[in-house]
Ligand binder design. Structure first.
Ligand code: NAD
Length: 294
């Protein structure tokens, strides 16, 4: 079987190039898209993610604000900042980096973000818009990126059986909604930690999306020959030969399954690079919508 590796770096680069042109046109009209990234606390991984987002903004010509708040920031102080950003005309997208410190109620914070600026797609208004298939809503960036990869490689979804492993609000559920939508027309099964005989279920899948957070969980016995496999997982595993002492692997046993797949995303370099590209795309969309509405 010929296996095609899905190159997320390449697809995300193409998307970024297209966005640059759009951003330049918006800027020429006096509407530079703006993104505010809010980080509470000092989680090292979050600091890296926030840094990458701000850097991507600079590369594309998006105005950005980075708010790094101390760990002891109260819920009230954080909400006050969000209200300030809601009212700031230079800002079209707001995101609060997850996970915040334990004393912060993340869901309550998200409720305070103006849904028109909720570029992460976590506000209930945007969750509803996804389910209702209303095109002006915001969809979480990682599943949106997975759909772009399927499109970029001309992978047919209509009438196909897709199994999404994982039911989080960030990946699994929105992914399932996108696949079942009238844009994609797949028949979708959502699997999760209580699903029985996951391998047998996955063997009925034309498309598997793995979003679990368990290294190499999806093995050869999960794969129907010719299946498409999208691996969302980002897992650190110890590796004495790596400079950092660990390496990143996905939820799929890439080497063990690749020959059985028609298409597969590697980790890293598959789904990962798409997430920031889609965040930039959502920010540009928010800018379009907010500036044409006013
Ligand atoms: P999560 O912990 O919120 O959800 C994991 C899901 O997996 C749960 O719904 C759970 O029911 C399911 N699950 C757990 N054990 C299972 C099992 N044995 N069998 C079947 N299902 C099982 O995680 P998440 O936020 O959705 O992230 C999932 C993975 O994707 C993580 O590795 C995360 O790092 C990665 N991720 C990557 C990106 C990206 O940009 N590429 C973005 C978000 C998340």
């Amino acid at each position: 079987m010929t296996t095609t590796l899905i190159n997320g770096k390449e697809v995300s680069q193409r998307i970024r190039e297209g966005l640059k042109t759009e951003i330049a046109a918006l800027t020429a009209q006096g509407h530079t898209p703006g993104l505010a990234v809010v980080l509470v606390g000092e989680d090292p991984a979050s600091q890296v993610y926030v840094g990458s987002k701000v850097k991507a903004c600079a590369e594309l010509g998006i105005y950005s604000q980075k708010w790094a708040l101390p760990t002891e920031t109260t819920q009230e102080e954080l909400v006050q900042l969000i209200h300030k950003l809601n009212a700031d005309d230079r800002i079209h997208g707001i995101l609060v980096q997850s996970p915040p410190p334990k004393h912060i109620d993340e869901e309550a914070v998200v409720l305070n973000i103006d849904p028109r600026k909720d570029v992460d797609g976590f506000h209930p208004v945007n969750v509803a818009k996804l389910v209702l298939e209303e095109p002006d809503g915001f969809v979480p960036c990682t599943p949106l990126g997975c759909m772009e990869l399927l499109k970029a490689y001309g992978i047919e979804t209509a009438g196909k059986h897709a199994v999404v492993i994982g039911r989080s609000m960030i990946v699994g559920k929105p992914m399932a909604n996108l696949l079942v939508s009238k844009q994609a027309n797949a028949t979708v099964t959502i699997a999760h930690s209580r699903t029985k005989d996951l391998a047998a279920l996955c063997r009925t899948a034309d498309i598997i999306v793995a979003a679990v957070g368990r290294p190499k969980m999806v093995t050869a016995d999960f794969i129907k020959p010719g299946a498409v496999v999208l691996d969302v997982g980002i897992n650190r595993v110890p590796d004495a030969t790596a400079a950092r002492g660990y390496r990143i692997v996905g939820d799929v046993d890439f080497e063990g399954v690749r020959d059985q797949c028609s298409y597969i995303t590697p980790v890293p370099g598959g789904v990962g690079p798409m997430t920031i590209a889609m965040l930039m795309a959502n920010t540009v969309k928010a800018c379009h919508q907010l500036t044409t509405a006013s």
